[in-house]
Design a protein around this ligand. Structure first.
Ligand SMILES: Cc1cc2nc3c(=O)[nH]c(=O)nc-3n(C[C@H](O)[C@H](O)[C@H](O)COP(=O)(O)O)c2cc1C
Length: 184
């Protein structure tokens, strides 16, 4: 395959889309991110990279807590709104009809409307340039029991949103499980 070297800002797709909730249940804040994911399995550690100019940055940095909430494709309007409007100018929870729910271990709120909410406590901060990477211990994973298959989340039931090159995609088609190569 012929390839050329090009200057590309975001060379991978799809990327996850998550709603990061922070601050408190009484004064909840939220921003949309794609720079998020798992960085270690045991113990489970996840990360979010946030630009210091974001309104949510101070709450995450000062309180050392945040929740990674997985929105469904039918929450696209709310997800895009929370990624294109700042909490400095608008109460995003109120505007989007989101419900701030109490977590088990941290004072940051989770979002009741999302089927998966992951409680995180920051253990390391890396200043990488444009973004600070908050690496965090996962303290609890809250899942809608309807979305479970045994001990795992059945993501084919959720229809998550993926991000690539300033566009959103719906992820819902399961191609196969681990070891599918034996049947292909
Ligand atoms: C799909 C999408 C992904 C985004 N990913 C990030 C990200 O990973 N890190 C970040 O700092 N901002 C990201 N943003 C931008 C923030 O969500 C946006 O600036 C938001 O308005 C910040 O809200 P705040 O000022 O209330 O914190 C993303 C926006 C969208 C729409």
């Amino acid at each position: 395959m012929k390839k050329e070297i090009r200057k590309i800002a975001n060379p991978m797709s799809p990327l996850p889309v998550a709603l990061i909730s922070c601050n408190t249940v009484e004064q909840p804040q939220v921003l949309t991110v794609s720079w998020t994911g798992v960085v270690n399995s045991t113990p489970l550690k996840m990360y979010v990279s946030v630009q210091p100019v974001r309104n949510s940055y101070a709450a995450i940095k000062e309180r050392g807590e945040f929740v990674i909430n997985v929105p469904t494709a039918d929450m696209l309007k709310e997800t895009d709104f929370c990624g294109t409007n700042s909490g400095r100018n608008v109460d995003k929870f109120k505007e989007c009809g989101l419900t701030a729910e109490k977590c088990e271990h941290i004072s940051a709120p989770m979002i009741a409307e999302c089927p998966v909410s992951i409680e995180c406590r920051v253990c390391e901060v890396l200043s990488l340039g444009s973004h600070d990477m908050f690496i965090a211990d996962v303290l609890a994973v809250h899942v809608d029991p309807e979305m479970m298959n045994g001990d795992s989340i059945d993501f084919s039931k959720i229809s998550t949103i993926a991000y690539g090159n300033s566009a959103y995609f719906k992820v819902e088609q399961k191609l196969g499980g681990f070891g599918i190569w034996k049947q292909l």
